[in-house]
Design a protein around this ligand. Structure first.
Ligand code: MRU
Length: 345
């Protein structure tokens, strides 16, 4: 099995080692997290990011919370704090809840909690490979695809979702070329997806976000494949800001729009996209995007910086999961998926 040349997350003794994605692609630096506060910070400040990786990281955060707490109340308070690090990626709440259930089931056994956190991480990688095989089957030989943000190995415990599909399809001989949106304002496409595409030696081109519509109109894109931070029961999907506008253009020009995500990204308790909380981040991300003091707008300027938007299910061709491909009618098919595959949600 092919593997990326880096690891995003691993335990070393009793410390959690996280690849600091804010430094990529210039340097590979790692953070050592030892407490629930360290894990909260790493997620909030986006040293680690991407919905599935946020979930895996939070799993170890709950292990630290159990280690640090002297009472059930203190443990629950720490879990609530951890789950508040970022509001949109539902994998965060999903992982915290799963770990809380393990804590109660096994009377706060640290051994069991560490095993469960390891399991969340391993399942993430297995899941990504499974959904990538389904996703690859949707593409014709010689396809040119477009992706937005980073939904690769860097956004997960390994391999990736949308970029996992692209990598699998490349290995299957179905990918001719990949266009990666740079993804303003934090540039996850330029800094992270481009890094992974080069690492995997996939023929690819980086584009400013505003180029995508022209490529789609000119029939230079066969499919768009992106990840998700939260999928509502009706199929509406929150993903990185800019995904919605891509979906509008894709629909106008008849280009398929695929969402690749694990079932843990489906929030069965959220009816539609209107109910998904959208994170707003600091204005500094927009005016000082490289965080080095080189301002690209005056400090006094007002900034609106939502980190995600919602793509309505009508604009989505299919959702690719580890249990198969979901198409319209989304709500009916998502309910069926819940019945067959999700005992706890
Ligand atoms: O703000 P980020 O970088 O955490 O946002 C990441 C995304 O929007 C990804 O597309 C999404 O989490 C899917 S990752 C497999």
């Amino acid at each position: 099995m092919m593997k990326e040349s880096f690891e995003t997350i691993r335990m070393e003794g009793d410390d959690l080692i996280l690849l600091d994605q804010r430094r990529l692609p210039s340097s590979m630096e790692y953070i050592r997290a030892k407490t629930v506060d360290d894990v909260y910070r790493a997620i909030k400040d986006m040293a680690v990011r991407g919905a599935p990786l946020i979930g895996s990281t939070a799993g170890y955060g709950v292990y630290f919370a159990a280690k640090e707490s002297r009472s059930k109340e203190e443990f629950l308070k720490k879990c609530t704090f951890l789950a508040s690090a970022r509001p949109t990626a539902v994998n965060l709440m999903w992982a915290v809840d799963r770990m809380k259930r393990t804590a109660f089931e096994y009377d706060f056994s640290l051994e069991k909690l560490l095993k469960e956190a390891d399991r969340i991480k391993e399942e993430d990688i297995e899941t990504n490979h499974a959904l990538s095989i389904y996703g690859s089957s949707l593409l014709e030989k010689g396809s040119t695809v477009l992706t937005h943000c980073n939904a690769g190995a860097l956004a997960t415990s390994g391999w990736g979702t949308a970029l996992g599909v692209i990598k699998q399809a490349f290995l299957d001989g179905r990918i001719k070329h990949v266009y990666a949106d740079e993804t303003r304002p934090r540039l996850q496409g330029a800094r992270l997806t481009a890094f992974e595409l080069v690492d995997f030696k996939i023929p690819s081109t980086l584009i400013p976000d505003s180029v995508a519509a022209t490529l789609i109109r000119d029939k230079r894109i066969d499919a768009i494949i992106v990840g998700a931070d939260r999928i509502a029961l009706n199929g509406d999907t929150a993903n990185k800001i800019g995904t919605f506008s891509l979906s509008v253009v894709a629909k106008a020009y008849g280009v398929p729009m695929y969402i690749a995500a694990p079932i843990s990204t489906i929030d069965f308790n959220t009816r539609s996209g209107k109910d998904i909380p959208i994170e707003e981040r600091d204005k500094s991300e927009v005016i000082d995007p490289l965080d080095n003091g080189m301002l690209i707008a005056p400090e006094g300027m007002d900034v609106y910086n939502p980190s995600f938007d919602v793509t309505p299910h009508e604009n989505i061709t299919a959702i690719i999961t580890e249990k198969g491909i979901i198409e319209e009618p989304f709500e009916e098919n998502i309910r069926k998926l819940k019945e067959c595959c999700c005992s706890h949600t």
